[in-house]
Design a protein around this ligand. Structure first.
Ligand code: IMP
Length: 420
């Protein structure tokens, strides 16, 4: 099983790469996160945004699996299915959901909003999809799972969990905050019963034994990982490669290549530290050129230069074997590009990610000449080639794919001897 994941703070362009390389795989499996994700794919002039459904759904002959590590909101899931069906995709035929995946309830969403409001200035900047409270119920051993839809006492279990949530919502002075969404949710749950469910650990074991190629698709990014991200400004799941094992029930010795996706610059949406952030006109230029607005929430993304200590960290904790660099075309015409090679912390120059980057971390930059234009039609400009070489040397991993536009076709493959 190969793994593909985000090496930054999410929104790296994972959906496009999965779509491009999907023909090499028989199964594409999402292993964590939920509708907080927004994987954007563009082809034949149409834009598609996927939240819960794996990005292999547009490729014929690919099985798409929602793993046990994913949290599913039945209402959002059905909306996604309907929009794919309207685009002519026979989703039901190619999709399976793990019985062990947890369900997001309307009260989880209400608790997410109440908790964020209570945090005031310290808020995480959550997408408010109920992700944190759902994973809390999972680890707290209170959650409802997709497999529970088969149980006769589902309604009682649902009522017991809502009672608990209501007690918590009362503490936030928000009792009944999710009442009006309840009917829609219960209706969506009924409809969810018609989808194919599976014990994904057994399914994948059989698939791998039969020699099928499986790609584990991550959501969010390494720096949003619950353990290794910029805690507490993180999401609530394991976004790193180890999460592909726990989120799908596949043993570590079955992992082959690990592809890290990163942008030629950095973005972050929501709160939290961001050492190379550009709070100036250059940041604005990148935001505009890269259409850096959240695909799930529409929020403007914070933009900054590429951060090599952070990328090296991602390579280390994930065991990344190859990298895909996205949106290099966004930096077309930038003049000088700054590349953060080190951090200065308390007078010392370091090249590794410290425990805390909230304050006192100053990026050390290397100036690099920019390129005027880069497209997939011709050779890469020498300046971009030099940028790529510098990154490869600094992190010790080859960049096997360079994306120069949102469409499937605007992609250059490098190092043909490598897997990707
Ligand atoms: P949550 O996962 O919705 O609770 O959000 C926690 C943090 O992760 C917030 O800063 C979000 O903006 C960020 N986040 C969650 N999902 C994504 C994503 O798919 N892309 C980028 N940031 C995300």
């Amino acid at each position: 099983m190969d793994v593909l994941l985000g090496a930054q703070w999410g929104d790296e362009g994972k959906g496009k790469v999965v779509d491009v390389i999907a023909p090499r795989y028989e199964v594409i499996a999402r292993f964590q996160g939920g509708p907080n994700a927004g994987h954007t794919l563009l082809f034949e002039g149409h834009k598609h945004v996927l939240h819960t459904i794996p990005s292999g759904v547009f490729r014929e002959g690919t099985v798409n699996l929602v793993g046990n590590g994913v949290v599913v909101d039945p209402v959002i899931f059905l909306k996604e299915v309907k929009s794919l069906e309207a685009a002519g995709v026979d989703v039901r035929a190619v999709l399976m959901i793990s019985r062990r995946a947890h369900l997001i309830l309307p009260t989880h969403r209400a608790l997410d909003a109440a908790s964020e409001a209570d945090k005031g200035k310290q808020k995480i900047g959550s997408t408010l999809k109920g992700i944190g409270p759902t994973y809390m119920d999972k680890t707290g051993r209170n959650g409802l799972r997709v497999g529970d839809l088969e149980r006769a006492d589902l309604k009682d279990r649902y009522a017991a969990l809502v009672r608990k949530h209501e007690r918590l919502l009362s503490l936030y002075d928000q009792p009944g905050a999710a009442k009006e969404s309840e009917e829609e949710w219960l209706d969506a749950v009924q409809q969810l019963r018609a989808f194919r469910t599976v014990d994904c650990e057994h399914y994948l074991d059989q698939a791998l034994r039969a020699g099928k190629r499986v790609l584990a698709e991550g959501a969010q990014g390494t720096l949003l990982d619950i353990d290794f991200g910029t805690y507490p400004f993180v999401t609530s799941s394991s976004t790193i490669s180890a999460g592909a094992c726990t989120g799908l029930g596949v043993a570590p010795n079955r992992i082959g290549s690990v592809t890290g996706i990163f942008k030629a610059y950095c973005t972050r949406v929501g709160s939290g530290p961001f050492p190379t952030e550009l709070e100036d006109a250059t940041g604005e230029v990148i935001r505009k050129a890269g259409s850096e607005f959240g695909s799930t929430t529409g929020r403007p993304r914070r933009c900054g230069w590429l951060d090599l200590p952070a990328l090296r960290y991602a390579v280390m904790v994930n065991g990344i074997t190859e990298l895909a660099m996205m949106k290099a075309d966004v930096l077309n015409g930038m003049g000088t590009i700054q590349l953060c090679t080190h951090y200065r912390i308390g007078g010392a120059t370091v090249d590794r990610m410290p425990y805390d980057i909230t304050s006192g971390v100053e990026p050390v930059y290397m100036d690099m000449p920019g390129w005027s234009s880069a497209s997939s039609d011709g050779d890469l400009p020498v300046e971009l080639q030099r940028y790529i070489d510098t990154i490869e040397n600094a992190v010790g991993v080859p960049i096997t794919l360079v994306s120069l536009g949102p469409d499937r076709t605007e992609t250059i493959l490098r190092h043909a001897e490598r897997v990707l």
